[in-house]
Design a protein around this ligand. Structure first.
Ligand SMILES: [Zn+2]
Length: 525
């Protein structure tokens, strides 16, 4: 007698091997049997005839650190079949931070993470991970956030992390890895991370390498003069070479400006030959999303949120910020779609150029005005390319990236505001359904391996990523012919179809396409 038997489905087990007709028996939080269970019984029987039965999907890059605690049902993730999310991305997270630094960095990050959750202990990876135990719909893994590490050891300041500061940072990393972090993440176009140099990253990655963890990086395009090889991919590979750490490239893909240049992108990350263990993730959309406070010049971040606000208020300082914004991001900014302005929700979904016109201001002035009004709490995303051909090429490229055996899927979801980038609702069914069927580059078994066993192995998520006896019962039942994303750039908050059941640790979290409200997520591994 099993707790649950999933009968009549085709098991796509996560390994990439051929799918096969089999029933799945679940006892407690584990898969207890896979095979012909027609003579067995279950307290609950789920009919999966005509359906695929696969491991739960693992999102390797997502900004749900706060959203999972403030909206624990997390429909946008779990309804896609996501059962595990890896947090701490781009180094933009809350741990390790003292209570005072949590207050400061929590405020700074509101444009991407939303309001920081109250009543959590961010002082250690152990205590922080506990906040998610049984408190959210999905499992969570954590990457030590470089931003937090730097704030904790160097303050919100452009100073080198050396001597005592470095020793303390290394100790925090070592402790964090012992307490279950799966690696360390940085985003070198964000602050305070961008005040680092390459040697700092190498040094804080040493304890990650010793613990077998992964260095996850959003590549540097700020303060490139202090980086090996001018930042970007060469710096990341140098970190791998010198520290021995595994290197994982976040949202590594093509976009409108380099559509079709897949081979060039591959050559870059393969430049270290076998010397560095590399992997990467991507989402299948032609444009990205971020928080515009991060687009201010490097010096403007010194001192943190209070100091940034003072600079925005000071007319002379503000002139410099406006000039910087207009010089560095005029073209993308005019078409940027504002997704999150909690004090001006009626502007969510509007294009920045139109808002500037209605305010009678230039683009940079309008953005500074809004940053002040919102106390920095703004997110936006880029409009897709005008050319359908370019868009199609980027979609086609995404298949070549995912065809690499060392690639996986990171949605880069930003779960704030009423008009989010559609990747927050559609990434996984878009890859597994729409793009697989349209381009026929990957088999179903391959796509599923990339979103299950592949990330589980890379990030050391023991007992996850396969439908196999003894593995945790994170299971998705979906219709391989019908699964598809429905979220679009003009109507982003739409859940996918073709995914009737999602189980997390043996609990039925999505039942006939509906949320059950069960919060079965655990900190993993
Ligand atoms: Zn990100």
């Amino acid at each position: 007698m099993f707790d649950i038997v999933i009968t009549g489905g085709t098991v796509v087990d996560g390994t990439g091997g051929p799918s096969r007709r089999a029933d799945v028996g679940i006892t407690g939080d584990r898969v207890a049997a896979v095979g012909d269970l027609s003579r067995a019984s279950g307290a609950r029987v789920i009919d999966a005839a005509g359906m695929a039965v696969s491991p739960g999907f693992i999102d390797t890059h997502v900004h749900s650190d706060a959203a999972l605690l403030t909206d624990p049902q997390h429909p946008e993730g779990i309804l896609q079949g996501i059962t595990t999310e890896i947090l701490g991305q781009d180094g933009l997270s809350y741990c390790p931070l003292s209570a005072e630094n949590y207050r400061i960095y929590g405020r700074y990050l509101r444009g991407i993470l939303g309001d920081p959750p109250e009543g959590i202990d961010t002082s250690s990876v152990a205590s922080f991970r506990e906040a998610y135990r049984g408190a959210t719909a999905v499992n969570t893994a954590y990457l030590i956030a470089h931003g937090a590490l730097r704030l904790e050891t160097c303050g919100f300041d452009d100073v080198p992390m050396t001597g005592d500061r470095l020793e303390r940072a290394q100790r925090l990393v070592r402790e964090g890895m012992e307490q279950g972090a799966v690696g360390l993440a940085t985003g070198l176009s964000y602050h305070p991370q961008a005040w680092s140099d390459t040697t700092e990253i190498v040094e804080i990655c040493r304890p990650v390498a010793e613990a077998g963890g992964v260095y996850v990086t959003h590549l540097r395009d700020v303060n490139t003069d202090r980086a090996f090889g001018n930042g970007g991919v060469p710096e990341a590979l140098e970190v791998g070479r010198r520290s021995g750490v595994k290197v994982h490239f976040s949202h590594y893909r093509t976009a409108a400006h380099n559509a079709g240049q897949v081979k060039e992108r591959f050559d870059e990350i393969d430049a270290a030959g076998g010397e560095v263990s590399v992997s990467g993730d991507l989402y299948p959309y032609p444009t990205g999303s971020t928080f515009p406070a991060s687009n201010l010049p490097s010096y403007a971040h010194v001192g943190g949120p209070d100091a940034i606000i003072q600079r925005l208020k000071d007319p002379r300082e503000r002139r410099g910020l406006v000039d910087h914004i207009e010089a560095s991001m005029k073209r993308p900014l005019v078409e940027a779609v504002l997704s999150y302005l909690p004090n001006h929700p009626h502007l969510e979904g509007m294009v920045m150029g139109d808002i500037a016109d209605s305010l009678g201001m230039g683009l940079g002035e309008a953005l500074c005005h809004l940053l002040l009004e919102e106390d920095l709490q703004i997110a936006f995303w880029g409009t897709p390319p005008d050319s359908v051909n370019v868009w199609r090429q980027v979609s086609r490229d995404s298949q070549d990236f995912l065809a690499r055996p060392d690639f996986m899927v990171g949605s880069d979801s930003i779960h704030v505001g009423s008009f989010p980038h559609p990747r927050a609702y559609g990434t996984f069914p878009r890859f597994i359904g729409r793009l697989r069927r349209r381009f026929n580059v990957l088999t179903l078994e391959q796509v599923i391996q990339r979103v299950t066993d592949n990330p589980a192995r890379r990030f050391g998520l023991t007992g996850r990523g396969r439908v196999e006896e003894g593995y945790f019962a994170d299971v998705v039942v979906f219709d391989p012919d019908r699964i598809i994303d429905t979220a679009t750039f003009d109507d982003p908050k739409q859940h996918p179809v073709g995914i009737p059941y999602v189980l997390v640790n043996g609990a039925v979290s999505v039942d006939q396409g509906r949320l059950t409200g069960i919060l079965a997520g655990q900190p993993v591994p």
